[in-house]
Design a protein. Structure first.
Length: 218
């Protein structure tokens, strides 16, 4: 059977993935070292990245769109029930279970960064919302920030374990395509439609503007 390399992950999606890894690690390191200024900056950069990914999930390439990889939860459960079966890896984009994992990670990152912006503004007494929010709400947001961090770490561990399980049990290398963007597929599997870099840059500008507004007003 002829096998060819197909571009399945565009550059913006791959950059989001790996920059998220770097920024989450940077957030942790700057927190542990009490580098508050850098912690805030890395958190804001992560927020802009997440907002971009949400936009890219609507207007981006086929494999990056939520409408293409989010299926019913039952479909995800059925997919996991066949995890022990070895079969050729012909999946283009996220599988039925992986799509939900991606959504969970993105939502956790969004919640973490938004609460982080509020916590910083609360301490610095900057955001207008800080004056409007009663003390119980402010305390709840502070606690939620810590809870979301723990939840994110748990989700990251689960994500890594899933990638390792696919590598060991099914012999599917999920890491390499996310590094190179390309995957070896039979000729009957057409490549997905890719959105332009120009569109990605425009959405990045929108995401940066939206983040600046949230940093100012939350």
């Amino acid at each position: 059977m002829a096998i060819r390399k197909v571009l399945v992950w565009d550059a913006p999606t791959r950059l989001f993935h790996w920059l998220s890894v770097v920024l989450v690690a940077a957030c942790y390191i700057t927190f542990r070292l009490s580098w508050t200024k850098w912690h805030v900056l890395t958190g804001e950069a992560l927020l802009a990245l997440v907002v971009f990914r949400l936009l890219w999930g609507v207007f981006g390439s086929d494999t990056s769109r939520f409408s293409r990889f989010l299926v019913s939860p039952m479909a995800g459960i059925r997919h996991l029930s066949h995890l022990h079966h070895r079969e050729p890896d012909t999946q283009i984009g996220h599988n039925a279970a992986g799509g939900w994992m991606v959504l969970v990670l993105i939502l956790l990152l969004l919640g973490l960064t938004l609460t982080g912006v509020y916590v910083n503004n609360d301490i610095a007494d900057q955001g207008p919302f800080t004056e409007l929010a009663p003390a119980p709400v402010a305390n709840l947001i502070n606690k939620l920030h810590a809870i979301l961090w723990d939840a994110l770490l748990a989700a990251i561990v689960l994500h890594v374990l899933a990638v390792l399980t696919y590598a060991v049990v099914k012999r599917h290398n999920l890491l390499w395509p996310m590094l190179t963007g390309r995957k070896r597929l039979p000729p009957e599997f057409p490549g997905p439609r890719m959105a332009s870099i120009t569109r990605a840059l425009l959405l990045l500008v929108v995401a940066a503007g939206a983040t600046a507004a949230m940093v100012t007003w939350l």
